[in-house]
Design a protein around this ligand. Structure first.
Ligand code: SF4
Length: 387
């Protein structure tokens, strides 16, 4: 499209981090004099921000690009420049060029950065990324490969963004990171990536545990200090954060949640499995007992606190007994929201290399239905706001 002002359109798949990245990509376009097109059929540049958490997520992005291709085969106008970003960029330039030749340019997601001002559509609630990448290596997860090593955004930058939002009248903030609890912690990053990159044969026992990736804080954890600094702005009424991990959900954070009522009473705390054997295969770095300890402390400090979770069913050889442990835990904990996923091995990850994907899709679906029924169906009327 050759309008006086060039136009862009961003099609976003996946999680809040992707949506937040898209806001910053939009900021970059607008800083360069582009305006947003109302539709992908009428733009000069089309950004496809992808998710790779499961094969179905990748298939959706491929399906979308297939529709774009079909449309421009018959449309009487030139195809826009297609820029591909998000977690599917982990496939690399060569593979993506073979898989999706329609793509003109790849924008690695770790290059989106924090520098561009976000273009937000909501005038009351804002996502603020506080870190990017991940230093943990859960064996099933593609994020450490697609988004790279964890980097904490400097405090001054975050506070500057909060002040800009306050000046514009924003009242609710969601802090985003793959592991918000480790924001500002000193990273140790013990040789996992090297092991993977050198393509060595390894087993689960060779992998460093997730909780060894950070130096334990000796005083108040930096993330708690960040929550306190943001809460000091009177106009900010609600603070949420995503995602937390049980292995560094420190007591100081629980105490802060107890006394700071600006922090939302909904806490999202992924468990992934209620079986310690499965958690070990996933390299989650905690046990179900540790998870329960965090939940009990949160509920003791404030009985109003509501907890939600993420669960993967059918992970690498998950036996019926292991699955039943998750079922029992679901009954015991009474999560109000559960994002239940059927395991989908992601090429290049540790679990894809180490464990065969033995559970048939039909069985994964059966397990999914059971947990969805226990956690979500009965809670439809009391589901908290999850942004
Ligand atoms: S903490 Fe684990 S599941 Fe979360 S992004 Fe990092 S590796 Fe993936």
């Amino acid at each position: 499209m050759n309008s006086a002002q060039p136009t862009y359109y961003i099609h976003t798949f996946g999680c809040q981090s992707n949506k937040s990245d898209s806001e910053r990509i939009a900021g970059d376009y607008q800083a360069r004099g582009f305006t947003e097109a109302s539709d992908w059929r009428n733009c000069d540049e089309l950004v496809v921000n992808t998710c790779a958490i499961r094969q179905s997520a990748e298939d959706r992005a491929k399906g979308f690009l297939h529709n774009v291709l079909l449309y421009y085969k018959t449309a009487d106008k030139p195809k826009p420049k297609i820029i591909f970003t998000g977690c599917m960029t982990h496939h690399g330039q060569k593979r993506l060029a073979e898989m999706l030749p329609i793509i003109d340019q790849i924008l690695p997601i770790n290059e989106v950065g924090f520098n561009n001002a976000a273009i937000r559509k909501d005038g009351k609630h804002a996502w603020i990324p506080i870190s990017t990448g991940c230093n943990s290596f859960c064996t099933y997860c593609i994020v450490p490969y697609s988004r790279g090593r964890e980097q904490s955004r400097p405090l001054e930058e975050i506070i500057k963004e909060v002040e800009d939002l306050v000046a514009k009248g924003y009242e609710e903030i969601t802090l985003l990171g793959m592991n918000v609890n480790s924001w500002g912690l000193e990273k140790l990053g013990i040789g996992f990536r090297k092991l993977m990159m050198e393509n060595k044969d390894f087993g689960r026992e060779d992998l460093p545990d997730n909780q060894t990736q950070y130096l334990k804080p000796k005083t108040t954890p930096p993330f708690v200090k960040l929550l306190q600094a943001i809460s000091a702005y009177e106009q900010i009424k609600v603070i949420r954060f995503l995602t937390s991990n049980p292995w560094d959900f420190h007591d100081e954070l629980i105490e802060e949640i107890g006394r700071n009522k600006k922090i939302d009473r909904y806490i999202h705390l992924p468990i992934q499995s209620g079986s310690n054997a499965v958690l070990y295969r996933m390299n989650r770095g905690y046990t179900k007992e540790r998870y329960l300890e965090v939940v009990n402390k949160l509920r003791k400090i404030d009985p109003e606190i509501v907890i939600g979770t993420d669960i993967i069913v059918g992970f690498a050889d998950e036996t019926e007994e292991e699955f039943q442990e998750t079922v029992e835990l679901a009954k015991q904990i009474d999560w109000k929201v559960g994002f239940v996923a059927m395991y989908s091995p992601r090429p290049g990850t540790a679990s894809w290399r180490i464990y065969p994907d033995t559970i048939p899709h039909k069985e994964k679906k059966r397990r999914w239905l059971i947990l969805d029924e226990i956690i979500n169906r009965k809670n439809l009327s009391v589901r908290p706001k999850v942004v």
